[in-house]
Design a protein. Structure first.
Length: 425
């Protein structure tokens, strides 16, 4: 007699994702320590296992890590989000072949509902997922499977330390799971942050097994309902269902620190125009329109005479039209710009987003104002021939405000002109 299926949730997590993407085109770095830097080559945001072993810390400023980087000949890359985004989409597309119920948790993580498979085949099934992703994309992943999302997270942490890269709690007895929980620190539990882990340590909860068996009344009184749900999840009761339907975003912010400080208003204008174009493209791709636009400029808070200014404009008729948003952003900049300051950051925030399909023009709408068709043609052209193929003259693409990317691999698999070329010897 075949056993009745329990709920099976798998967490697929790409290993050191940004590093794995860079290594994909540099097989010579397979065993060498590698790190990836944040915007403007500021801090370390991804490390290979070898980089962790030599003592390089996550989030550490690049200049502080340089002695270790030079000593151990660590390969350094500037962040290449075009490459990472494209490879992420490829991984997530593969996952759809294994389950129709997926929660895309982050750029390199996803929860899958695998309840449709038999309990005996869980290990083989997640092993097949891992091998398929590795074969089709070259990205190594770790997969943990359990009855709840929190336990799947624990299983995934364990899987990262195993050569096969998988761990499942479905077919394991409770003694096996409890043994693993006793060796799993409270600070690593999904949803338990630094402050909560310190609180639990002060109250003699040092491992996840102890947390799992905490008194429910005491937990609810001293923390929150979310923590109580986390404990129930550790006990095997599903409290955090998969969210397979993406929520409609309320805001869209595009901002960036400059590689070098900017004083000229026209250079600031160029940066804001490019940010506006990006923000408008994003909300159009999601079928949204904006009610409000915020424009902000800042100087470095680490230097004297710190200045931060923001201008809010309520849009009379909600829109996702690039031309209208750019015009509003330029007018806002003219009001908040102050001469003589060295600006280090600028950005735009589109707020009050709502589905375009839910909005109808009112009696006072300008009938000639609807340029949806033009925007769609521009988006289609840019998707086909590369971003920026059609753009505004105000987006001059002056390199002065571009990010500092001294270690860029300059590979973009979503843009055919930048794809690596194999040449005959």
């Amino acid at each position: 007699m075949q056993p009745i299926n329990k709920r099976i949730i798998a967490l697929v997590d790409c290993n050191s994702f940004y590093v794995s993407c860079e290594r994909l085109f540099r097989p010579d770095l397979a065993k060498r320590p590698v790190v990836v830097l944040s915007n403007n080559d500021g801090c370390i945001i991804s490390r290979s296992t070898e980089a962790k072993q030599v003592g390089i810390k996550m989030g550490e400023p690049y200049f502080k890590a340089k002695p270790l980087i030079n000593k151990y000949k660590v390969a350094v890359f500037s962040s290449n989000y075009e490459l990472y985004g494209d490879l992420s989409r490829r991984v997530m597309k593969i996952l759809k072949n294994f389950s129709s119920d997926i929660e895309f948790y982050s750029i390199d993580e996803a929860f899958l509902d695998l309840t449709h498979i038999t309990m005996e085949s869980v290990e083989d099934y997640i092993s097949k997922i891992r091998k398929t992703i590795l074969q089709w994309t070259g990205i190594p992943v770790s997969i943990g499977a359990a009855n709840t999302k929190t336990l799947a997270k624990v299983a995934n942490h364990i899987a990262k330390k195993k050569k096969m890269g998988i761990e499942e709690f479905i077919s394991k007895d409770q003694n096996y799971i409890d043994k693993e929980l006793k060796e799993f620190p409270v600070a690593e539990v999904w949803g338990i942050g630094r402050q909560l882990s310190a609180f639990f340590h002060n109250n003699h909860f040092h491992n996840t097994y102890q947390l799992k068996n905490a008194d429910n009344y005491w937990v609810r009184k001293n923390s929150s309902v979310v923590v109580l749900k986390t404990i129930h999840e550790l006990q095997g009761t599903c409290c955090f269902p998969l969210n397979c339907t993406p929520t409609v975003r309320k805001n869209c912010c595009v901002s960036r620190s400059f590689g070098t400080s900017i004083t000229d208003m026209y250079d600031l204008q160029e940066a804001l125009v490019n940010h506006c174009i990006t923000a408008a493209e994003r909300i159009r791709s999601e079928g949204l329109i904006a009610k409000t636009i915020y424009v902000f400029i800042k100087t470095s808070r680490f230097k004297k005479n710190y200045l931060s200014r923001v201008e809010k404009i309520d849009i009379p008729m909600p829109t996702n039209n690039t031309l209208e948003l750019v015009d509003l952003a330029i007018k806002a900049l003219e009001r908040i710009y102050s001469k003589g300051h060295y600006y280090s950051k600028a950005g735009v925030l589109l707020s009050g987003l709502q589905p375009r399909a839910d909005y109808t023009n009112n009696l006072f709408s300008d009938l000639n104002r609807n340029l949806d068709h033009l925007m769609n043609i521009i988006d289609q052209t840019n998707n086909k021939f590369g971003r920026g193929s059609i753009t505004l003259a105000a987006a001059r693409h002056n390199n002065q405000f571009k990010l500092r990317r001294q270690h860029s691999s300059k590979i973009d698999t979503s843009f055919i002109q930048r794809a690596p070329v194999v040449k005959a010897g």
